[in-house]
Design a protein around this ligand. Structure first.
Ligand code: PGA
Length: 239
């Protein structure tokens, strides 16, 4: 049987307590067969959302973690704390964190290991910039990022391919470009590793992107903020 498609929402730095209305709408909806839904709100909402989603089919995750269990790291949050708050999965190495916080592959790797140590599924993000794509380096960049930031031996680890130039821009790669990168990632990862596509996924393009070989789900930013759009994307995964 085909593995379930994972449709993960990344709210980024969006969402106040009032955002629970969108969560309620997600919880009230029927999750299409063959689809697993995950929502990663900001850390401030993880505990509340995990409480509301308990017993439902919706998983709650986090967007980042520190690699240490605890200690003198003002403002940081450990994977253990997020797991304690109810996070099931933790995104690590998102390109916005790599760019805004100077996260290297080595740091991302430690974060992925921390997520696993805490009992969460790491979702490790990789992706090339536009300059790297234009200079024909895409596959080399992806290979280097996988090599540096994906720890070995973590069963169930998820990889998200997110071309930096497609994030929040409304631009998406062609299905052939997606196919090529996902096939390259699949060839480097243990069999059964789920590989998500992310970058301007919306209801109108979800079904097409999700039908590409080795695309096992989507990591959705902007379109995950509205339950109706997020659910329409999930419906696209089911077709
Ligand atoms: P986007 O973001 O869907 O808003 O392009 C995707 C992401 O950054 O995960």
């Amino acid at each position: 049987m085909e593995a379930m498609k994972l449709i993960a929402g990344n709210w980024k730095m969006n969402g106040l307590k009032a955002g629970a209305a969108e969560l309620e709408a997600l919880l009230a909806a029927e999750v299409p067969a063959g689809v697993e839904l995950l929502l990663c709100p900001p850390a401030t909402l993880v505990a509340a959302f995990a409480g509301l989603a308990e017993g439902s089919k919706l998983g709650i995750g986090a967007q980042d973690c520190h690699w240490e269990v605890s200690g003198a790291h003002t403002g940081d949050i450990s994977a253990e704390m997020l797991a304690d708050a109810g996070a099931r999965d933790i995104i690590v190495g998102h390109s916005e964190r790599r760019a805004d916080h100077g996260e290297t592959d080595a740091i991302v790797r430690r974060k992925a290991e921390a997520a696993h140590r805490a009992g969460c599924t790491p979702i490790v993000c990789v992706g090339e910039t536009l300059a790297e794509r234009d200079s024909g380096e895409t596959l080399a960049v992806i290979a280097r990022q996988l090599e540096g930031s994906v720890p070995e031996g973590i069963a169930g680890l998820v990889v998200a391919y997110e071309p930096v130039w497609a994030i929040g821009t409304g631009r998406t790669p062609t299905t052939e470009q997606v196919r090529q990168v996902h096939a390259a990632i699949a060839a480097r990862m243990p069999a059964g590793t789920r590989i998500l596509y992310g970058g301007s996924v919306k209801p109108a393009n979800a079904a097409e992107l999700l039908s590409v070989p080795h695309v096992h789900g989507a990591l959705v930013g902007g379109a995950s903020l509205k339950a109706a759009d997020f659910l329409a994307i999930a419906a696209g995964a089911a077709t």
